[in-house]
Design a protein around this ligand. Structure first.
Ligand code: KG4
Ligand code: ZN
Length: 336
């Protein structure tokens, strides 16, 4: 018999999110508010502002998520409250963690602390609940870039990671240099469509070795190329930069599948919304004869449905968290 849906809460950075997800990973409601407008003028998230915005947004976001799911906030009948406990900005994390503790206590249900990275890793499961393991996931966001294999449920093994910038960070920095808006990923993605991806041959750092990644040299190469030829159109620079990024990421995915014998290739994190990367992942999967599992755009960027999904997996495979649980700004995947 179903023990009821789970409420997920995500407040690790500038998004305030709440979602209700059923045991079979059906998303009943998912609400995401972002404070990004406050940060645009600074070209990056300002932790103090993000934390304050979390405080303002959390109650209305929760109310809407419960209301959209048709649940009574006094007695919602959820089986647990899952919340991101790290990694992230401490001031932002504490808002979600404190609210989740209060709700778990008031409703008399278990509290489940979730690693944000595990949330991104299971986002692909939301729309592919029976995806075939082992699954290799390329997790690419503003703060993280890693390749992970899940051989059995929740048995995550880190295969490789960036040794410098995260992919999203490189997108944001290149976009800023080109005078585009923040966050830069979606801007470069859009602009690339009208650019020539062969206009500049950027380096492909570490493409042919191992599973670690490096983005900072590529970013510097973009700056140098623009300084040298300021007449090159921003669209050509964007398209050439993106071609280099996708080329490297796809080579890493192919190597990871070869090494692990994975049956599925999945994406997660904000950069997984990138159109060229998504197309390339589907093509690679077809060529290698594996399944591809791409989350919808709404489940690539930060959201609470992925946290609820990870919460179910945690409850299935271990005990709930203590109410003394704390926010862990530097939580690593290995501690998931
Ligand atoms: O996962 P996310 O929402 O937050 C973090 O946990 O970091 O990822 C945000 C990152 C930003 O760097 C943003 O520029 C990038 O994802 N991003 C994209 C696209 N949409 C968002 N990068 C490339 N193409 C996109 N379409
Ligand atoms: Zn994230």
């Amino acid at each position: 018999m179903s023990k009821g849906p789970i409420l997920g809460i995500e407040t690790s950075c500038d998004e305030t999110a709440a979602a209700v997800v059923t045991e079979d990973l059906r998303v009943v409601s998912s609400v995401v508010e972002s404070s990004i407008d406050l940060h645009v003028q600074f070209g990056g998230v300002v932790p103090e502002l993000a934390g304050r915005a979390q405080v303002d947004a959390i109650a209305p976001v929760l109310e809407r998520a419960l209301d959209d799911a048709g649940l009574n906030p006094h007695c919602p009948g959820v089986q647990a409250v899952a919340v991101t406990r790290g990694p992230g900005l401490v001031g932002s994390l504490l808002v979600g963690v404190s609210v989740a503790k209060a709700l778990a206590l008031a409703w008399g249900v278990p509290l489940v602390g979730v690693n944000h990275l595990e949330g991104h890793l299971v986002a692909s499961h939301l729309e592919h609940p029976s995806l075939e393991l082992p699954v290799v996931t390329l997790l690419v966001s503003g703060g993280h870039t890693m390749l992970v294999v899940e051989r059995a449920p929740r048995a995550f093994e880190l295969l490789g990671a960036t040794i410098d910038d995260a992919v999203g960070e490189a997108y944001d920095k290149v976009a800023r240099y080109l005078g585009l808006g923040y966050p830069g990923g979606p801007e470069i993605d859009r602009l690339s469509v009208s650019g020539d991806r062969a206009a500049i041959r950027f380096p492909r750092p570490l493409r042919d070795v191992g599973l670690d990644m490096s983005l900072s040299g590529l970013k510097t190469a973009v700056v140098r190329a623009v300084d040298r030829s300021p007449e090159t159109s921003a669209a050509d620079v964007a398209a050439s930069f993106q071609a280099a990024v996708v080329d490297v990421l796809i080579a890493k995915c192919e190597r990871a599948i070869d090494l692990t014998g994975a049956r599925t290739l999945a994406l997660g994190g904000g950069v997984a919304a990138n159109a060229e990367l998504r197309t390339a992942v589907v093509q690679l999967s077809r060529r290698l004869g594996v399944e591809s599992a791409l989350p919808s755009l709404a489940y690539c960027t930060d959201n609470a449905a992925m946290i609820a999904a990870a919460g179910f997996h945690l409850l299935e495979h271990g005990p709930a968290s203590a109410l003394s649980m704390s926010a862990e700004p530097s939580l690593r995947l290995e501690a998931a």
